[in-house]
Ligand binder design. Structure first.
Ligand SMILES: CC(C)(COP(=O)(O)OP(=O)(O)OC[C@H]1O[C@@H](n2cnc3c(N)ncnc32)[C@H](O)[C@@H]1OP(=O)(O)O)[C@@H](O)C(=O)NCCC(=O)NCCS
Length: 212
């Protein structure tokens, strides 16, 4: 198994993969200078894309080990093109409903998360530690739900939405694609595509610049 990333989020992903050990778990980082060749003295860090196809011939499984929806999608596409098969990471302490839950590929469902019955998580979404997705919530692809954030019943998130740490989205709201919710915000109204909302109650502080 290859973890794409070797810092911050990747070292938390390692805590969700206790079944892997040195010898069957690798990390990848071709951008950070001065990384040790072995993460925690055990796990090899590949430093070039040229090294990846040979590894994928032995084991094509890879997981995303970094944050940021756009980057996660780009790297999922890049490593699939090299022959990899995108897998999900689901921590042992994650509480996932048994009924009506639809999970996309390539998720990161971190420790102490809650995913209720009758929910959907789109491809590549990151549900970080302690986050909660309540009943009838739909989350799009490549969203990032930060630690301790709560999506209350029936709310809907488009693709590439970022919800900051400990933010709350009230029931039945719609957060459109590419919106950002600040850490600690309480969102009380629908959020348009690409907008940034902060504070309690949540206020739009930034709207996307019109492209025409
Ligand atoms: C909301 C957020 C995305 C905005 O980032 P940004 O686009 O770079 O915006 P800025 O930092 O320029 O902030 C814009 C304004 O919102 C305010 N603001 C930013 N984040 C805020 C927050 N979480 N709560 C309240 N106000 C906030 C800033 O003070 C600034 O106000 P001003 O214009 O009056 O000076 C970012 O601040 C944030 O909260 N990110 C979440 C981080 C997180 O939870 N990460 C989890 C990692 S695991």
């Amino acid at each position: 198994m290859l973890v794409v990333g070797a810092r911050g989020h990747a070292i938390e992903i390692l805590q969700c993969l206790p079944q892997f050990a040195a010898g069957n778990l690798y990390f990848f980082d071709d951008v950070t200078p001065d990384l040790e060749p072995l993460l925690f003295g055990q796990f090899p860090v590949l430093r070039s894309l040229d090294q990846v196809p040979a590894l994928f011939q032995q084991d094509p499984a890879f997981v995303l080990g970094l944050g940021g929806g756009r980057l996660r999608q780009q790297l999922a596409d890049k490593f699939r093109a090299l022959g990899g098969q995108l897998q999900s990471v689901v921590a042992s302490s994650a509480q996932i409903g048994q009924h009506g839950v639809v999970l996309g590929e390539g998720l990161n469902v971190m420790h102490h998360t809650f995913v209720a019955n009758a929910t959907r998580l789109g491809e590549g979404t990151l549900l970080n530690a302690g986050a909660a997705v309540h009943h009838n919530v739909t989350v799009g692809s490549y969203c990032e739900i930060s630690p301790g954030a709560r999506l209350l019943g029936g709310c809907r998130l488009g693709d590439m939405v970022m919800v900051g740490a400990n933010a709350t989205v009230l029931p039945r709201l719609t957060i459109e694609a590419g919106a950002k919710i600040g850490a600690g915000a309480v969102v009380i109204h629908d959020v348009p595509a690409g907008a940034t909302v902060v504070g309690v109650p949540g206020r739009v502080v930034r709207r996307p610049v019109a492209t025409e």
